[in-house]
Structures are given as structure tokens and as C-alpha cells.
Design a protein around this ligand. Structure first.
Ligand SMILES: [Zn+2]
Length: 76
């Protein structure tokens, strides 16, 4: 669980190339993130999401909208 969170955060630097990708990305696979360690693993308590494809950070509201449009959580 912790391993993939670290990998997702560390593997991508924010560059202008990422921004271009973000514009055309549908954010189909979202990695939830949590502010409180004790909430980790509980999707309903996620404070935000990060797109696995483009690395874009989504707010909790944006992430839930994307999930309703058919996106899925990372690992599901
Ligand atoms: Zn994306």
C-alpha cells in the first residue's frame, strides 16, 4: 500500500510536458491520497486523488466526479 503511493508521488516531476498531457487526459485511473495516516486505505475518507496516467492532482470533489463518469480507483 505505501509502496505504490511513494512510487506515484516520486516518479513524475512537474514539467510543461505533463501539463499538455493533463489537458487531454480523462483521468481514468485515480490514486486516492489521505491527509491522516489512520485513514489510509479507506476510499471514502480520501482527501484528494492523483491521476495515475498524467499525475494531475484532483480535489476530492473532482475525483468523485471522475469516478461517477467511469474512472476507477487505482488497484481496483
Ligand atoms: Zn489524468
Amino acid at each position: 500500500m505505501l509502496n505504490w503511493l511513494r512510487r506515484g508521488r516520486g516518479s513524475r516531476q512537474s514539467t510543461s510536458a505533463v501539463q499538455v498531457e493533463t489537458a487531454s487526459c480523462a483521468h481514468l485511473v485515480l490514486m486516492p491520497r489521505w491527509d491522516a495516516v489512520e485513514h489510509m486505505g479507506k476510499a471514502e475518507l480520501a482527501t484528494g486523488y492523483k491521476c495515475d496516467a498524467c499525475g494531475h492532482d484532483l480535489t476530492r470533489e473532482e475525483g468523485q466526479e471522475a469516478l461517477q463518469r467511469g474512472s476507477r480507483l487505482f488497484g481496483t
